[in-house]
Design a protein around this ligand. Structure first.
Ligand code: HEM
Length: 225
């Protein structure tokens, strides 16, 4: 029963909330294609304070996440179609993405705790988001670096396929190591949380970037001059 809840019901709840919830927030009360959703659609940037540390944190988090999104896709397709080289790409490139992400997340958490201005402007959402990501990536890196278990994509690929073809089969993934099951469960809970958080900024359409007033960005060394 537990496996049906976590690996059949929860994935559909997560997809519904992630896609539906983000669309509702984007267009609530106004149908404007380039809109940033409701007026709370902001990441409350901390870039004004401690600018020298926001750089490594933001870069590593965003590039780490992009790398992991692409490598998970490659891994699941590889696992689903028995393409071992694809699964290997996931293993090594995903590991680099994971380490980069963890490094950025720890920097970001450090800033929120030890930079007093950043601490003062932080909200529960900031800590919840960071904690979710740290937990998810730590389970994954524990599995691949400490326990040195890999190849679970051969089970996860067909399971993800079963969800998207509406023939969900929890037994495909229920034999995976516990650490990987926890990785997946926390990732699904994170997707459920996504539309209620600042993370919705990922769904911003970049059209207005071309017409909005420019923002001057300078490097740390440029600022020092
Ligand atoms: C429901 C969504 C997700 C599923 C089903 C999933 C599944 C998996 C699986 C099965 C593996 C192990 C692959 C293998 O052994 O062949 C893995 C590894 C990994 N995942 Fe996820 N994952 C999900 C979301 C995420 C998210 C949101 C993150 C980042 C925050 C993430 C980060 C990682 C990392 C860093 C690895 C280790 C890569 C390596 O060291 O080679 N995953 N994931």
């Amino acid at each position: 029963m537990f496996e049906n809840f976590f690996f059949v019901a929860l994935p559909y709840i997560a997809i519904l909330l992630l896609v539906g919830g983000t669309i509702v927030r984007a267009f609530k009360n106004h149908w404007v294609w380039s809109a940033r959703g409701d007026y709370l659609w902001t990441t409350r940037t901390t870039g004004f304070f401690g600018r020298q540390t926001i750089g490594p944190a933001a870069l590593c988090i965003h590039w780490g996440l992009i790398t992991l999104f692409i490598t998970h896709l490659i891994g699941f397709i590889g696992g689903g179609y028995n393409l071992s080289s694809w699964v290997e790409v996931f293993r090594w490139v995903g590991m680099i993405g994971g380490l980069m992400l963890l490094y950025g997340l720890l920097w970001a958490l450090y800033r929120r705790i030890f930079n007093l201005q950043v601490k003062a402007m932080s909200q529960a959402d900031d800590y919840i988001t960071l904690s979710f990501l740290i937990i998810i990536v730590s389970f994954a890196l524990w599995q691949s670096l400490v326990e040195q278990l890999f190849g679970i994509s051969y089970a996860a690929g067909p399971w993800v396929g079963s969800i998207f073809t509406f023939q969900p089969d929890a037994s495909l993934i229920s034999g995976a190591p516990l650490v990987n099951q926890l990785h997946i469960i926390f990732a699904l809970l994170f997707f459920c949380y996504f539309p209620f958080s600042k993370l919705v900024h990922a769904a911003s359409y970049p059209f207005s970037y071309f017409t909005r007033p420019r923002i001057s960005m300078r490097t740390y060394w440029g600022l020092k001059k």
